[in-house]
Ligand binder design. Structure first.
Ligand SMILES: Cc1cc2nc3c(=O)[nH]c(=O)nc-3n(C[C@H](O)[C@H](O)[C@H](O)COP(=O)(O)O)c2cc1C
Length: 327
C-alpha cells in the first residue's frame, strides 16, 4: 500500500520538531525546515551565521548537521529509516539536505530519548574515566558518518590545553569575536536563542577552561566539585574541507553526543580551536597531519548527585518550520 503524502509529511514534521533540540554554535539554531510534497528540506539560515567566529560558515554547517542527525533519530524512533540526499543542488548551496521517509525498520528510541536529556555541560567532570568500551562505541558513532574520533593522549593534553588557551586569547583580543559573543549571550527571552548564563560556569581550577561566555553577564551555573581528572579530550576530524565534510561532522557530533548521553556521560564542545585559523593548523600538527579537525569535545562522567544543567531555550516550530505552500 502506498502511503499518503500527508501522513508522510506528518512524520517528518514531527521529527523536525524534535530536531529543534539539536545543539548549535552559540545556540544560533541556524536552520530552517521546509516541508514540501512528500519530503522535507533542511536549509542553512545564513542570517544566523557568525561574522567573526565563523566567517567561512563551517560551524553553521556543523550545526545544521546536528539537526539533520536529530531528524534521522526521531524517524528511527517511529520505525522509519530516513532517506537523505545531502547538498542535493549545487545551484542552491544553502539547501543542506532533502529528507524522505525510507523503508519501515524496527523502531529504536534509545537515541531519541537522549535528544531530550542531552545538554552542553561545561562543569568539571568527575574522576572516573569513561570506559574504553564506551569510547569504542563513540568512535563507531563518528565512523558511521565517515568522521574520525581522536582521543587526545595523556602526553598530548598539555599541547592541546595550550592550543585552547591560545585560541581564547586571540578571540578575547579580536573585536569581531567579542562582538559575536556579546550578541549571542545577551539575547532577549523573546528571541529564544543564544547562550544563557544559567548554562555557563565561572572560573574554577581545571586543566582546560571552557570558553569565556561571561563578558556581559556573570555565570550562574554552580561548577560543583568535579576535578576534570577523568575527562577525555577528543577531536572529530574529517578527510576533506568541503561543505559536505562539515555537515557530516555535525551528524557525527550529534551521534557521538546522543550515544554518550545514553551511556550516562556528559560533554561540551570546544570549537575555539577550529575558529582561529593558526590554532587549527597547530591542532592538525598535533594529530600528525592526518585529517582536518572539525571540532573538539570534552567528555566525562558527571559528578554524583549534581543537578542536570537546565535545558537551553529553542525557537518554536512556527518560526523555523515552513509548511507546504509557505515560503
Ligand atoms: C558547532 C558547535 C560548536 C560549539 N562550540 C562550543 C564551544 O566552543 N564551547 C561551549 O561551551 N559550547 C559549544 N557548543 C555548545 C552550544 O553552545 C550549545 O549546543 C547551545 O548553546 C545549546 O545548548 P545545549 O547544547 O545545552 O542544548 C557548540 C555547539 C556546536 C553545535
Amino acid at each position: 500500500m502506498t502511503q499518503h503524502p500527508r501522513a508522510e509529511i506528518d512524520q517528518v514534521a514531527e521529527a523536525s520538531i524534535a530536531a529543534l533540540r539539536a545543539p548549535s554554535i552559540l545556540n544560533t539554531q541556524p536552520w530552517r525546515w521546509r516541508l514540501a510534497g512528500n519530503h522535507a528540506e533542511l536549509w542553512a539560515d545564513r542570517s544566523r551565521q557568525l561574522d567573526g567566529l565563523d566567517a567561512d560558515g563551517r560551524l553553521l554547517l556543523i550545526s545544521c548537521g546536528t539537526a539533520l542527525h536529530h531528524v534521522t533519530v526521531a524517524l528511527l524512533a517511529a520505525g522509519i529509516a530516513a532517506d537523505i540526499t545531502r547538498l542535493p543542488d549545487p545551484a542552491r548551496p544553502d539547501l543542506v539536505a532533502r529528507i524522505r521517509q525510507g523503508q519501515p525498520c524496527p523502531a529504536d528510541s534509545t537515541l531519541y530519548r537522549a535528544i531530550y536529556q542531552r545538554r552542553t555541560d561545561r562543569r568539571p567532570f568527575g574522576d572516573a574515566r569513561p570506559a574504553d568500551a564506551v569510547v569504542d562505541e563513540l568512535r563507531a558513532a563518528a565512523e558511521r558518518h565517515g568522521v574520525h574520533l581522536h582521543v587526545v593522549r595523556d602526553d598530548q593534553v598539555t599541547a592541546f590545553a595550550s592550543a585552547v588557551a591560545h585560541a581564547g586569547e586571540v578571540e578575547r583580543d579580536d573585536p569581531r569575536f567579542r562582538d559575536d559573543l556579546l550578541a549571542w549571550t545577551t539575547r532577549t527571552r523573546g528571541e529564544r536563542d543564544g547562550v544563557s548564563p544559567r548554562s555557563t560556569v565561572g572560573p574554577t581550577p581545571r586543566t582546560i577552561a571552557p570558553r569565556d561566555f561571561n563578558i556581559a553577564r556573570p555565570a550562574a551555573l554552580d561548577p560543583g566539585s568535579g576535578s576534570d581528572r577523568g575527562t577525555l579530550y577528543t577531536i572529530l576530524t574529517v578527510d576533506d574541507e568541503e561543505p559536505a565534510d562539515w555537515v557530516a561532522a555535525g551528524e557525527a557530533l550529534s551521534d557521538v553526543w546522543l550515544t554518550l548521553t545514553d551511556r550516562g556521560l556528559a560533554a561540551s564542545p570546544i570549537s575555539e580551536v577550529v575558529e582561529v585559523a593558526a590554532v587549527r593548523v597547530a591542532l592538525r600538527r598535533l594529530l600528525g597531519g592526518v585529517g582536518h579537525p572539525a571540532i573538539a569535545m570534552r567528555i566525562g562522567t558527571p559528578v554524583d548527585g549534581t543537578e542536570p544543567v537546565p535545558a537551553s531555550i529553542r525557537r518554536s516550530g512556527t518560526d523555523t518550520i515552513g509548511l507546504p505552500g509557505q515560503p
